[in-house]
Ligand binder design. Structure first.
Ligand SMILES: Cc1cc2nc3c(=O)[nH]c(=O)nc-3n(C[C@H](O)[C@H](O)[C@H](O)COP(=O)(O)OP(=O)(O)OC[C@H]3O[C@@H](n4cnc5c(N)ncnc54)[C@H](O)[C@@H]3O)c2cc1C
Length: 391
């Protein structure tokens, strides 16, 4: 069977690419249904883009690479697509846009867009091998157990990253990129909870507090969640993408509050109150108990000197913690690193050294922050490759 364009992976980027690639196009996926990560994303409501998406929200060895594609297919383009399909949405926080009803609406929208563009979709289809031919690529597939060989002028790698192997994530895009001589940068889990030795935070599991998490490279003000295995929540997931093994992180509890002023005022008004009782007005009581034990906090407010209160505030604002690791690809939302952007055109996503070979989405070394940025990259890079293929 001969076609113009074969897209490997019916995820966010692959389907978007198919919707723009100009027909005579086939998308294959080994899963039973397309867009599984879209379906489960955003707690089932899909955080499909971010109002403030720009190149600053992405991590890549080349921070300029994503600019061209993001500029040519913006969050506003995706919002108008969603609007054309009558999908209602809302901003949850920090520019993050979610479906009012269900992420399945985004999957259905993409499937209808790719079909309207004349593309075909084969599910439960795996790739047995790919070779180069004078006309392009010969791809051996297994469709529902039967072998099928496809010749395609264009081949698009859109099989995503390694996160959540249980959902069908594989390293296929990286393997094929290497086979065709494209370098692949080191990959590691991103947007992933931290783990700590001896389940240190188990007694605090379930507590959430506002916090600023930082290391030498980045800082994020969002909620922090204590879990059975360690720390999670948006601020932790964000910082994990900037964290290196063995590194210490700093937790600033209550970043919005002038705690020193609050404690001094209370000392003035209610000096007989216990210090820990006062702290529990601002932080969950279970956390205050744990910190009081670790830091030997005791006594009434009236017993605390300015210096003692200042030292306490300094501790709460600069709490050093050393994760032992992360939960890894099992729960990571994304894969950092990937197909080296130096090997690709930032305009078309085509490999510089292999005409007709394209790489898009999470498989490429471009990783977004938490908050709809990863889907925006999938839409933008899929659109860039699709329109380049259409010509
Ligand atoms: C739990 C979770 C929640 C998330 N929530 C959000 C969110 O709300 N907002 C956001 O912006 N990002 C979110 N992300 C990240 C986002 O899902 C990804 O960045 C995005 O899906 C990447 O798109 P992609 O098309 O490159 O890859 P994917 O969407 O992962 O698609 C890859 C496709 O390739 C197929 N495939 C893989 N290997 C093979 C193979 N060997 N043969 C055939 N097919 C194969 C897979 O079945 C899959 O359908 C979330 C991720 C997770 C895990």
């Amino acid at each position: 069977m001969q076609i113009r364009t074969l897209i490997l992976g019916a995820g966010a980027a692959g389907m978007m690419c198919a919707a723009h690639a100009g027909g005579d196009c086939l998308v294959i996926d080994h899963a039973r249904t397309p867009g599984e990560k879209i379906r489960i994303s955003g707690g089932g409501r899909c955080n499909f883009t971010n109002l403030y998406a720009s190149a600053e929200n992405y991590i890549s060895a080349n921070p300029h690479f994503c600019k061209s594609a993001l500029a040519r297919y913006t969050q506003w383009d995706f919002i108008s697509l969603v609007d054309r399909h009558g999908i209602d949405w809302h901003e949850k926080t920090l520019g993050q846009l979610f479906c009012d009803a269900s992420a399945k609406q985004i999957v259905a929208m993409l499937v209808s867009e790719l079909r309207a563009a004349g593309a075909d979709l084969w599910l439960q289809t795996s790739v047995s091998g790919v070779t180069r031919s004078p006309e392009g690529f010969v791809v051996k597939l297994e469709r529902e157990g039967k072998p099928v060989t496809i010749s395609a002028r264009n081949l698009v790698l859109a099989t995503g990253g390694k996160s959540i192997p249980k959902m069908g994530a594989t390293g296929l895009a990286y393997d094929l990129a290497r086979q065709f001589g494209l370098p692949v940068t080191d990959t590691r889990p991103g947007l992933v909870p931290f783990t700590f030795a001896e389940d240190r935070f188990r007694p605090l599991a379930g507590l959430a507090v506002p916090a600023r998490l930082s290391n030498a490279r980045a800082s994020f003000d969002e909620a922090l969640l204590f879990t059975h295995r360690g720390l999670s929540g948006p601020s932790v997931l964000q910082l994990s993408s900037y964290w290196q093994e063995g590194e210490e992180i700093r937790v600033h509890l209550l970043p919005e509050l002038d705690l020193f002023a609050a404690l001094r005022a209370q000392r003035q008004d209610s000096g007989r109150k216990d210090l820990t009782t006062e702290l529990a007005r601002h932080l969950p009581a279970r956390l205050v108990d744990a910190l009081a034990q670790d830091w030997s906090l005791q006594g009434r407010l009236a017993d605390q000197s300015d210096a003692a209160l200042q030292q306490l505030c300094e501790r709460l604002h600069n709490w050093p913690l050393k994760p032992t690791g992360t939960e890894g690809y099992r729960t990571a939302e994304v894969t950092l690193g990937g197909i080296d952007t130096d090997a690709l055109s930032s305009r078309s996503m085509e490999a510089q050294s292999v005409p007709g070979l394209y790489a898009i989405g999470e498989a490429v070394d471009v990783t977004g922050w938490l908050g709809g940025y990863n889907f925006q990259w999938a839409w933008a890079s899929g659109h860039a490759a699709g329109t380049a293929i259409r010509g």
